[in-house]
Design a protein around this ligand. Structure first.
Ligand code: BGC
Length: 749
C-alpha cells in the first residue's frame, strides 16, 4: 500500500457514509457539513503536515512575481505544499496531484490556483473594459466560460476578481479592476464571483474565486504600485471596502491580502482587517492567502525584524496561506515551540483551507478537474468565441465622432490601417492573460480583412512607428498609404505591458512618437478614426482636439479585431460608457466624478474667480467624465417624472424619464442616475451613482426608464460612523453620463 492510501480509505469510507446520508449541493458559504471531517483529519495530522497545508508554491509554468521555488515538486512530495499555482493542463495537474496523493502520508489533495483575470484560454476584454459594458450578465457569463475552460485544464482556484477601486490612472493595475465607482464595482465583483463559483462548487466546472487585493490596494500614493496607502476609516469604509464585501456576500471562498500598508499597518499583518473586519464583522468563513511574498515583505515594510517574526505577525493577523514566501514552512514550527504563535491559530488556518478542499469535492476525487475529454472539447469553442466577439463590441467606448466619421461607409473602397497596434497579436491579450495565446488572437488587421469579404474594400496596413520607440523612419510609408486610401484607421495606444502589475506611469499620454504620427495622418484630411488600445485612461487632449473620431477598444482579448470591426461597420452599435474618468493631464490626478464640493467650489457664474478650489493652468473638468460614451444614434431625455417629492423612511420613490432614440440606428443606452445628499452630518460627494439601466431602443422609438429608491440608497457613514440615512433634500441627475442629463430633487422627511 502506498503512502497516502490509509487516509484515503478512511476518507472514502467517511464520504461513502456521508453520501449515504445526503450529497446535497453545497451552498457556497456553508461550512458545517464538512467541519467534522476537517476536525477528524486535523486530529491525525502532525504539526509539519499542518504547516505544509499553509504553503502555496508557484510551478515553473508561469512567472507572476519575483521569486521561484525550483524544487516545488520535491516540496509537494515532502508534504510541504497545500496548493500550487501557475500550473495547468490535465497532464501536468494530474502529475502534480499524484505527488500529493500518492507520495505523502495523508494524501491530502492540492488546490491549483491561477490568475484567471479575464478569461483562461479564451481571453475576454481586460476587466476595466468589461466594466464599461455595465452589463452584469455579460460579465458573469464571461467568468462562467473562464471557469469552464480553466477547470477543463485542472485549475480549481481563480485569483480573481480583482476589485480594487482606484481613482488614479497612473496606477497600472486599474486595467484589472472595475473602475472608480464603488457601487458599480460591487455589482461587478458579485457578478464575477457568481460566474466563477456558480451554484455548486462540487461540479467539475466551477472553481473558487479569490477576492483581491484586500484592502485598498488601488489607492497607492502617487499611483506608484505597492506604495503606501493612508486614508480615513470613513473613506476606507465608504469607497474602498464595499466591493470586497459584496464579493464575500456573493459567496467568494478566498481573499487575497494586498501588498500595501494602510495607515502604518501592512495588510498582511493587519489583524483588524482580517480578524475583526473580514471574519467577525462580515462573517467570512473561507481562507485568506497572501499576495505573493507579502509575508516576507513585512521585513522591508519595517514591521518585522526577520522571517520568523514576519510569519508570526501574519498568522496572528489571520493569514491562512503563504504564497511563495516559504516562511510558514520554514519558521512556523519553531515559532510554535517558542510560544510565539498558538496551536489554535495554526489549526484554524489549516481548517479553513481543508474545508474548502472538502467543499470542492477534492477529497472525493482529487482528479475531478483532470478530464482529457473536457480539455479537448470545452476550450476555445465556437460559442465562446462568438460570445467573446460580442463582449468586445459591448466594451468599446466611442469617445468622439465628429461629422459621422463612424460608422465606416459600407461602400468604402480602400482603407489604410496605420499604427503599431494594427496587427500585434500579443498585445490584444492585455495584461494577465492566463493560458491565453497570442496565436489565438484576432488583430484589428485580421478583423478588418475578414470584414472586407462582406463589404468588398481593399485593406492595406503600415506600422508607422512602434509603441515606444522614437524613430519616425516609417512615417513616410504610412503617410503615402493614407494618401492612397479613402478612409484611415489609426491603431494607437499602449502595448499590453504598459499597464498591469508594476506598470505605473507618470506620463499617461500616447507613448513614443504616436501623437506625431497621428498629427501627420490627420492633417491629410481623410476621414480618420483613431482606435485606441489602452489599459488605463490616457491623457489624450491633443488627440481629442485633432482626430475626427476616437474609439476606445482597450485590450479586447482573443476576439479583439472581430469585435472592433463589427463596431466600425455598424454591425454592432457602440454603447459602452467609461467607468474611469479620463483626465486632461496628470496634474488633475487623482480625479473622479464623485468628488467633494469643498468650501470654495468653482463659481458657475464666474469660473475664473481666484479664491476657489481650482487650478490656474487647467480646468477642473476632465477630458471625458465617468459614465461617458457615445453611440451612432442619438438619445433624447425628457419628461422627468417623480411619483412624489417627499419620502419617509418606510417609503420608496420612483423617478422615471423618457428616453427616445432619435437617430438613425437601433441602439442601446446606459441610462444613469446620480444623487447628491446636499447637507449631511458629514460632507457628501457632489454626486454618486445610485442606479443605471441598460436599455435597447429601436430607432424612432422611446422607452420609459424608471428607478425606485428607498432610504437604503441614501445611507452613508454619519458623523459617528454609523451607516444610516439622514433627512434632507437630495438632488438627482438622470442622464447619459455623470455630467449631463435632467436634474431634479426630492426630500427625505
Ligand atoms: C499579484 C496577484 C496575483 C499573484 C499570483 C501577484 O504579484 O499581485 O494579483 O494573483 O501575483 O500570480
Amino acid at each position: 500500500m502506498k503512502r497516502g492510501e490509509n487516509l484515503y480509505i478512511l476518507i472514502i469510507g467517511l464520504s461513502v457514509f456521508i453520501a449515504g446520508c445526503s450529497l446535497d449541493k453545497i451552498p457556497p458559504s456553508t461550512n458545517n457539513k464538512y467541519q467534522s471531517k476537517v476536525d477528524s483529519l486535523l486530529k491525525i495530522m502532525t504539526v509539519e503536515e499542518k504547516i505544509g497545508q499553509l504553503n502555496l508554491l508557484s510551478s515553473s509554468w508561469d512567472v507572476t512575481g519575483p521569486t521561484m521555488n525550483k524544487n516545488y515538486k520535491q516540496l509537494i512530495k515532502e508534504g510541504k505544499a497545500g496548493a500550487i499555482f501557475n500550473a495547468f493542463s490535465v497532464d501536468y495537474v494530474t502529475r502534480l496531484q499524484k505527488l500529493a496523493i500518492e507520495e505523502t502520508r495523508l494524501g491530502i489533495p492540492l488546490l491549483f490556483g491561477y490568475d484567471v483575470v479575464h478569461g483562461h484560454r479564451t481571453i475576454f476584454p481586460i476587466p476595466l473594459a468589461q466594466s464599461c459594458s455595465w452589463d452584469m450578465e455579460l460579465i458573469e457569463q464571461s467568468d462562467r466560460i473562464a471557469a469552464i475552460e480553466a477547470t477543463a485544464e485542472g485549475v480549481n482556484w481563480s485569483f480573481a476578481p480583482m476589485i480594487d477601486v482606484s481613482r488614479d490612472p497612473r496606477w497600472g493595475r486599474v486595467s484589472e479592476g472595475a473602475g472608480e465607482d464603488t457601487w458599480l464595482a460591487s455589482l461587478i465583483g458579485a457578478a464575477r464571483v457568481k460566474g466563477f463559483q456558480d451554484k455548486d462548487l462540487t461540479d467539475n466546472n466551477t472553481l473558487i474565486a479569490c477576492v483581491k487585493h484586500f484592502a485598498a490596494y488601488g489607492a497607492p500614493q502617487a499611483g506608484r504600485d505597492y506604495h503606501t496607502v493612508d486614508m480615513s476609516e470613513r473613506s476606507l469604509r465608504e469607497y474602498y471596502l464595499p466591493p470586497y464585501q459584496a464579493c464575500i456576500e456573493a459567496g467568494a471562498r478566498t481573499v487575497m491580502t494586498s501588498f500595501n500598508e494602510i495607515a502604518g499597518v501592512p495588510s498582511t499583518s493587519n489583524r483588524w482587517l482580517f480578524r475583526e473586519l473580514l471574519r467577525d464583522e462580515w462573517g467570512f468563513n473561507g481562507f485568506v492567502v497572501t499576495d505573493y511574498t507579502s509575508i516576507y515583505e513585512l521585513i522591508p515594510h519595517g514591521v518585522a525584524t526577520d522571517s520568523a517574526m514576519a510569519g508570526e505577525l501574519a498568522l496572528r493577523a489571520g493569514i491562512d496561506m503563504d504564497m511563495q514566501s516559504n516562511i510558514y514552512s520554514k519558521h512556523l514550527k519553531k515559532s510554535l515551540d517558542m510560544g510565539k504563535v498558538s496551536m489554535k491559530d495554526l489549526d484554524q488556518a489549516v481548517s479553513n483551507i481543508l474545508l474548502i478542499k472538502y467543499q470542492l469535492g477534492l477529497f472525493d476525487d482529487p482528479y475531478k478537474y483532470c478530464n482529457v475529454q473536457r480539455e479537448d472539447t470545452e476550450i476555445l469553442t465556437q460559442k465562446s468565441q462568438q460570445f467573446a466577439r460580442e463582449f468586445v463590441a459591448q466594451s468599446c467606448v466611442l469617445l468622439k465622432n465628429e461629422n459621422n466619421t463612424l460608422p465606416i461607409s459600407r461602400s468604402v473602397k480602400k482603407i489604410a490601417l496605420i499604427g503599431p497596434l494594427s496587427n500585434s497579436k500579443d498585445d490584444m491579450l492585455g495584461n494577465w492573460s492566463a493560458a491565453g495565446r497570442a496565436e489565438d488572437c484576432v488583430t484589428l488587421y485580421e478583423g478588418l480583412k475578414e470584414k472586407s469579404k462582406t463589404y468588398n474594400y481593399k485593406l492595406e496596413y503600415a506600422i508607422g512607428c512602434n509603441v515606444l520607440e522614437e524613430s519616425t523612419s516609417n512615417f513616410n510609408k504610412a503617410i503615402e498609404l493614407a494618401k492612397s486610401a479613402d478612409y484611415v484607421i489609426l491603431a494607437l495606444g499602449e502595448h499590453r505591458h504598459l499597464s498591469g502589475e508594476a506598470a505605473s506611469r507618470t506620463d499617461i499620454g500616447l507613448p513614443g512618437v504616436q501623437q506625431q504620427l497621428a498629427n501627420k495622418i490627420i492633417a491629410l484630411g481623410k476621414p480618420t478614426v483613431v482606435v485606441l488600445f489602452n489599459g488605463r485612461p490616457l491623457t489624450i487632449q491633443e488627440l481629442n482636439d485633432k482626430a475626427p473620431a476616437i474609439l476606445d477598444a482597450w485590450f479586447g482579448g482573443t476576439q479583439s479585431g472581430n469585435g472592433i470591426a463589427d463596431i466600425l461597420f455598424a454591425d454592432a452599435i457602440p454603447s459602452g460608457k467609461l467607468t474611469m474618468t479620463f483626465p486632461k493631464n496628470v496634474g488633475q490626478i487623482p480625479i473622479h466624478y464623485n468628488m467633494k464640493n469643498t468650501g470654495r467650489p468653482v463659481r458657475d457664474e464666474n469660473p475664473l474667480y481666484k479664491f476657489t478650489s481650482r487650478y490656474i493652468d487647467a480646468e477642473n473638468e476632465p477630458l471625458y467624465p465617468f459614465g461617458y460614451g457615445l453611440s451612432y444614434t442619438k438619445f433624447d431625455y425628457k419628461n422627468l417624472l417623480l411619483n412624489k417629492e417627499e419620502i419617509t423612511s418606510t417609503d420608496s420613490i420612483q423617478i422615471s424619464v423618457e428616453v427616445s432614440n432619435t437617430g438613425n440606428y437601433d441602439g442601446t443606452e446606459i441610462v444613469q442616475l446620480y444623487l447628491q445628499d446636499i447637507v449631511g452630518s458629514v460632507t457628501r460627494p457632489v454626486k454618486e451613482l445610485k442606479g443605471f439601466k441598460k436599455v435597447f431602443i429601436p430607432k424612432g422609438e422611446k422607452v420609459t426608464v424608471s428607478f425606485t429608491l428607498t432610504v437604503n440608497d441614501l445611507k452613508f457613514y454619519d458623523i459617528n460612523m454609523n451607516y444610516k440615512f439622514e433627512p434632507g433634500t437630495f438632488n438627482f441627475l438622470i442622464g447619459p453620463n455623470s455630467v449631463s442629463g435632467i436634474k431634479g430633487a426630492f426630500t427625505l422627511l
